[in-house]
Write a protein of this length. Sequence first.
Length: 262
Amino acid sequence: MKLAKRILVAVLAVAMVAACFAGCSKPESSEDTEKTDAKTLVMATNAEFPPYEYFENEQIVGIDAEIAKAICDKLGYKLEIEHIDFDSIIPGVQGGKYDFGMAGMTASEDRLKNVNFTQSYATGIQAIIVTENSDIKTADDLSKGGITIGVQKGTTGDIYCTDDIEKENLGTVERYNKGADAVMALTSGKVDCVVIDNEPAKVFVEKNKGLKLLDSTYAEEDYAIAVSKDNDALLKELDTALGELIADGTVKQIIDKYIPAA
Ligand code: GLN
């Protein structure tokens, strides 16, 4: 299937970036030199994506916020997080408005044309939400004809369903600004299913009666941090710090805190 190839290319691209860094020397550690004039890194995210990023008491919290904080602490940077539309993150990082983007973002082949990615820190699955008595039973049913699929605009769920289903005239895609809006459209019968990342999907299904997740999934992907193609120094710093936090178990600990093992 086309999807498998797409994911493989993305994984290879990420691996190539990582391999390039492996030969480079480690950046100077600032762990033990308390910086009073620490530079601030601005992270762009879309805090509508629990448990990776969401608002709690007007603060952006979640897996990405905590990993980003751990990376910045390690590197001696202050961290500022800005909440923007998901599809504005890549252009904002590309244009230098934000230092990096972290939003449960899939390191896809298409996005690699515009930004670079660190190594991956988590796996995402494009899951399918349906109503409890839906006729849709598997991912293949989505392209059986006449199905309307709700997605969050600009996400990989949108891109896959647009390319594989809508452009092939096998169904229709309705795009929403927020995943939660796509789910509302499902509960009110405006769409037949929602294709969205599995962790937010679980949260949405829990919060809305009458919905369920299919066992059959649409695609598997890798989440990574997006950095401007013009800022290799920062890419290298973030990637090295992230690699260390993966190796020492910090990333796993943060993920386990938000996603208790089933
Ligand atoms: N993983 C999906 C993507 O990168 C969705 C991310 C999101 O909605 N925050 O497109």
